[in-house]
Design a protein. Structure first.
Length: 391
């Protein structure tokens, strides 16, 4: 019997964010796995009108030669409310689905068929002071409605799973949970990895390239990065380790970004704001970077981290659960404790000046990357197993 699947990709937007990258990669891998396993699915892919061309070019064009039964259904998406209303209406018009799968949490329940939505992180719960009261209430409403009305809930990391239990008492005793992990995206895999020789060359001169990727706000630890820069700027004034230090900030800027950088002035660090970049330009910055700095206060996974590792940039990471989960116990992490600025500086200088320590660190990163690169394949397999399980 053929199964009818709704793959909800309305979280996909033109200016990629973490949801967009997850959506296009899981969709791509899911379609490939369905074809490889010769599954008899009729797949309706729902997305916004504004990204119809983009999703056809970036994802669906990769599957033209596969024997798949799918169609792309677009909904009018001028505003969030337009998108949700038209999505709900269009799903109902297209009849009953065996599984309705959404790559992120949204107000989408009480539909005919098994509804599954993916939760990426619980930042409004772990760092409530960084979010408005309305945002926290809305987030809680989505999760509670998902707990009571959805057939299953996807989670992208063990940390997200633990937070579901901690904040909402959602676990396997009361909810069907699916492990649908993140991984190394194809927008990175499509580009050739820098060689070991290129990696070594980055540390051969006295220019230090640093890179920050992600939203430029407190949740992503940008205030911590600026605190580090203040200390590091003083260090550079009295230590002739580097001739030049350039720090690139790449990501979405808001009024909060302006407020954070209002008084940021450095004598020995050149700050460059890159804004939103195409894949090729961003990947070049990764390749040129000696270190990528991620001092987030919470992450569901941390896609820029695996992207940085793919392009052989050494990550500088905050001490948060998801980074401990990905990097295991041996990799140095930096918490919000007194002296973290000095500890980060000592780590970077040692990597830069000590070839043995640098090679050891790089080798450890390679072992972590070899595991993470197959994340989407694991997610696609788990989703297919769930679809094939009778309700």
């Amino acid at each position: 019997m053929r199964k009818k699947i709704a793959f909800i990709a309305t979280g996909y937007i033109v200016k990629y964010d973490g949801i967009s990258v997850y959506t296009e990669n899981l969709l791509d891998t899911f379609l490939a796995s369905v074809a490889e396993k010769e599954k008899t699915y009729d797949i309706d892919i729902y997305t916004g009108e504004s990204v119809e061309k983009l999703i056809r070019e970036r994802v669906l064009s990769r599957h033209k030669e596969r024997c798949l039964s799918y169609r792309l259904i677009t909904v009018e998406d001028k505003t969030f409310f337009h998108k949700m209303f038209n999505l709900y209406k269009t799903i109902l018009q297209n009849g009953r689905y065996d599984v309705i799968f959404a790559t992120n949490f949204m107000p989408l329940s009480l539909l005919p068929g098994r509804v599954v939505k993916v939760i990426h992180d619980l930042s409004p719960e772990t760092n409530p002071h960084l979010y408005s009261r309305f945002h926290r209430i809305y987030h809680a409403f989505l999760l509670r409605s998902g707990k009571w009305f959805d057939s299953a809930m996807g989670y992208i990391s063990e940390q997200t799973k633990a937070d579901l239990q901690k904040f909402y008492r959602i676990d396997e005793t009361n909810t069907r949970l699916l492990y649908l992990p993140n991984g190394v995206p194809f927008k990175v895999k499509n580009f050739e990895r820098p060689s070991q020789k290129v990696f070594a060359k980055k540390f051969a001169d006295k220019k230090l390239n640093l890179l920050v990727v992600g939203r430029l706000n407190r949740a992503k630890g940008v205030d911590r990065i600026l605190q580090f820069c203040t200390w590091f700027d003083d260090f550079l004034a009295s230590h002739e380790v580097f001739d030049e230090v350039v720090l690139h900030f790449t990501g979405k800027q808001t009024q909060e970004t302006t407020d954070l950088f209002r008084d940021a002035k450095f004598q020995h660090i050149e700050i460059v704001f890159d804004g939103f970049l195409d894949d090729e330009t961003l990947n070049r910055l990764y390749t040129e970077a000696n270190f990528c700095i991620f001092l987030s206060r919470n992450e569901g996974y941390g896609l820029p981290l695996v992207e940085a590792m793919w392009f052989r940039a050494i990550p500088v990471l905050s001490d948060i659960p998801i980074f401990r989960e990905i990097m295991k116990d041996e990799y140095p992490l930096f918490g919000e404790t007194e002296g973290f600025e000095k500890a980060i500086t000592e780590f970077m200088v040692r990597v830069y000046k000590d070839p043995d320590y640098r090679n050891k660190t790089e080798g450890y990163v390679e072992r972590i990357l070899s595991h993470e690169r197959e994340g989407y394949a694991r997610a696609a397999d788990n989703l297919i197993d769930y679809i094939d399980t009778e309700a």
